[in-house]
Design a protein around this ligand. Structure first.
Ligand code: UTP
Length: 243
């Protein structure tokens, strides 16, 4: 199984830092946030990693290089237009291929537990789902993709950044997914959604409506979206970092 890390976003909420480099290089503890994602993938036995770059891409290439330092092989793919997360995933199609499922970890999310990807992968294989979404209970439902949880860890529906009234639960999509390569064709079929971007949530929801098995699993440990200055501060204040 290969890993894919989207890291092409402009990070407008993180300005002025992101005028100079992508938010994925901001430090959480002793490391850039994207390095934590690489370690988490490696811990799950995933050593072939595709990083999607775009905004300030050379800074990421200079920083991470071939991945040798982390014991992984990194390939870079460019998302030409910053048109949303689904667009970033699509940009990796030629490297990921259509043979096997792959795992996505967003490059701006800090996962405290390094077991998260391994657990999700084992669960995905055991259940034989087409898509498995890592979830966690969230307070601000308006800031997340929210799932409608069904029986046996199946998802009944999902909605991107709902209002409190619209939200079917408080189970937020964390930015860790296992996807089957059918997602690439589905992404081509979706229209732009919230924020005038191609939303991965819309693509997965479309797969679900076409009777693909979409499941969810709660993830353990702290999970922090490091996309705003306040949350970056929180991550650096609250988490006990390992070496
Ligand atoms: P965000 O939506 O939080 O990133 O995407 P953003 O658009 O850069 O942030 P703001 O809203 O302008 O502040 C979550 C993850 O998906 C990647 C980002 O780099 C981040 O890791 N992403 C997002 C892409 O790779 N491409 C995109 O077009 C959008």
């Amino acid at each position: 199984m290969k890993g894919l890390i989207p890291a092409a976003g402009k990070g407008t909420r993180m300005r002025p830092f992101t005028r100079a480099y992508p938010k994925e290089l901001l430090p959480v503890g002793e490391k850039a946030v994207i390095e934590h994602a690489i370690h988490t993938l490696k811990e799950a036995g995933i050593e072939e990693i595709v990083i999607i770059v775009g905004w300030k891409q050379h800074a990421i290439l200079d920083y991470l290089r071939s991945g040798e330092e982390y014991g992984v092989k990194i390939t870079y793919a460019v998302q030409d237009e910053r048109n949303g997360l689904a667009g970033a995933i699509k940009a990796g199609e030629h490297v990921i291929g259509n043979q096997e499922d792959f795992v996505v970890v967003l490059g701006d999310k800090y996962l405290e537990s390094r077991e998260v990807v391994k657990d999700l992968r084992d669960f995905h294989d055991k259940k034989d789902f087409d898509v498995t979404i890592g979830t966690q209970e969230v307070e601000e439902v308006e800031s997340y993709g929210i799932i409608d949880p069904g029986k046996d860890n199946k998802v009944k529906g999902m909605i991107e950044k709902p209002s409190r009234e619209q939200a079917p639960s408080n189970m937020g999509i964390t930015g860790v997914y296992i996807l089957s390569p059918e997602i690439f064709d589905i992404i081509e079929e979706i229209k732009k959604g919230k924020g005038d971007e191609y939303q991965l949530t819309d693509a997965i929801e479309k797969m679900r409506k076409q009777n693909f098995d979409v499941g969810y699993k709660g993830i353990v440990g702290e999970y922090i979206d490091v996309g705003t200055p306040g949350r970056l501060r929180r991550a650096n204040k609250e988490i006990n970092f390992r070496e």
